[in-house]
Structure formats: structure tokens, C-alpha cells
Design a protein around this ligand. Structure first.
Ligand SMILES: [Zn+2]
Length: 257
């Protein structure tokens, strides 16, 4: 099959390879100020994901997949401009890339479908005969050959994740409003959606400043800035900002000035 992610060192190799490609994408996109999202997603899918998901159907059950996932999460943070403190379920939503485990399962389903169609392939009896795993450390894909509905499973996982401000999204499997904005506005919009941005409370928690107070005297969080601060609040609050309409874009452009 070419590759089996059976040892920690192999996982580290693919993890480092993905990291190197992600960093190259970060450098090449650092000065991109327009239509950031599409360009970054194209970079990620072509460079990072193609390397990180090589023969994924074979090693998808490995205990070391999390090392590769860390680097792919980093690529999704690059696309969305979100901070490290952002909850992981947000990352595929902003990138409009399915959950990593589900993508690997989809690759496995595709491979199984091919095997089932070709009676002459020597591998068919091994897969359909479902041999019992001989080692508990091995997790082959053949015990679970049922194909999954990726979009449906993604929606279910999102519902059970209980993410802050999840009510904003009518469908997390489609492009979110504002994905075609320039990079700075797109990143800022996502900071407000996830409530993880450079507010006073966020900076104080990381000891970057001595105070978490807004100039109005209240504790400054991302939701305070857009929903209750008398100096900066937006009529219609976060839902209006999320829609990325003309007023919202205007507010994003003037934020901080
Ligand atoms: Zn305030």
C-alpha cells in the first residue's frame, strides 16, 4: 500500500512535512490583502492536505493521526486567521473543509467501493473476509466498512460540540458570509464570531497587559465590543456583523481607528 502510519516516527515525519508546507504557504500569503480565503484554501488543499492525507485510508486508524491533525489545524488557522485559543470545531467551518477524521473515512469508503467492484483483485477476499486483528495496537479499516454521510456526520458533531455563538450559523457546511472579504476584515470578523480576539480580557489572561477594562469601564471582551459597549456597539449586534453586509464591513474597516 506504500505507507502505514504505524510508528510515532512515521507520524512525526508526515507531521513535519505538512508543517513545512504550511509555513511556506504562510510566507507566500503573508502579503496577500485581497480575497484571502479562497487563495489560502487552495494552497492548503493542494499542498498541505495532499501531503497529509497521502494513503490516509491505510493509516486512518493509527493512534498517531493526531500529530498530523495538529499541522492541518495550523493550516486551517492560517486560512481563518483565528487564534490558538479558538475552539477546534470552528476551524473546518471557516475553511469549509470537512472534519479531518471524516475526510479520512471518506477516502477509506472510496477505496472499499473500488475493491468491492473488482472481483479479480487479490485484496478483495482479505477485506470482505474481515480477518480479526491479531494485535490490539493495530486498527485496520475493514471492521467498519459502512460508508458515512460526511455532511450529516459533520452537522451532528457540530451540534454536540456546544460551541460559543454556534447559533449564528444556519449551515456550517457552506461558505460563511464574508469569506470573500479582504484578509484583515475576514480575520477580524472571525475573531468576533469565536469571541477569541485581541480584547482587553484576552490580553490580560495572557499577561500581555495589566488591565482588562474597556475605556467605558466594563470588562472588554469581543462580545462586549460589538454588543454592549456604548462607544463601539453595533445595532443588531453580532448577528448583523456575522451577515457581513455593508454596515458590518464598514464597521470592520473602521475598527481600531
Ligand atoms: Zn466598552
Amino acid at each position: 500500500m506504500g505507507i502505514a502510519l504505524t510508528t510515532c516516527n512515521e507520524a512525526r515525519y508526515w507531521s513535519n512535512k505538512t508543517l513545512a508546507i504550511t509555513n511556506r504557504s504562510r510566507v507566500s500569503c503573508a502579503h496577500n490583502t485581497s480575497s484571502a480565503c479562497i487563495g489560502l484554501i487552495t494552497h492548503a488543499l493542494l499542498l498541505c492536505y495532499s501531503a497529509a492525507e497521502y494513503c490516509a485510508s491505510v493509516w486512518s486508524g493509527s493512534a498517531h493521526t493526531s500529530q498530523v491533525d495538529v499541522q492541518l489545524n495550523s493550516a486551517m488557522r492560517l486560512i481563518s486567521g483565528t487564534l490558538r485559543s479558538t475552539l477546534l470545531p470552528w476551524l473546518p467551518v471557516f475553511s469549509n473543509i470537512e472534519l479531518l477524521a471524516l475526510r479520512r473515512k471518506a477516502a477509506t469508503d472510496k477505496l472499499v467501493e473500488k475493491i468491492v467492484k473488482h472481483d479479480s483483485w487479490p485484496i478483495q477476499p482479505d477485506i470482505l473476509g474481515t480477518p480479526l486483528p491479531r494485535l490490539t495496537s493495530r486498527k485496520p479499516f475493514w471492521p467498519d466498512l459502512q460508508p458515512v454521510d460526511i455532511k450529516g456526520r459533520w452537522r451532528h458533531n457540530w451540534k454536540s460540540a456546544q460551541v460559543v455563538n454556534s447559533h449564528l450559523l444556519c449551515d456550517r457546511t457552506i461558505w460563511q458570509p464574508g469569506f470573500d472579504l479582504p484578509q484583515q476584515q475576514w480575520f477580524l470578523l472571525n475573531h468576533f464570531r469565536t469571541e477569541q480576539g485581541h480584547s482587553g480580557a484576552w490580553r490580560r489572561k495572557r499577561r500581555l497587559t495589566d488591565t482588562d477594562l474597556c475605556p467605558c469601564g466594563e470588562i472588554q471582551t469581543m462580545s462586549h465590543i460589538v454588543e454592549s459597549c456604548p462607544r463601539t456597539k453595533l445595532n443588531g449586534s453580532l448577528s448583523r456583523l456575522h451577515s457581513a453586509n455593508e454596515d458590518a464591513v464598514s464597521r470592520l474597516n473602521s475598527y481600531g481607528s
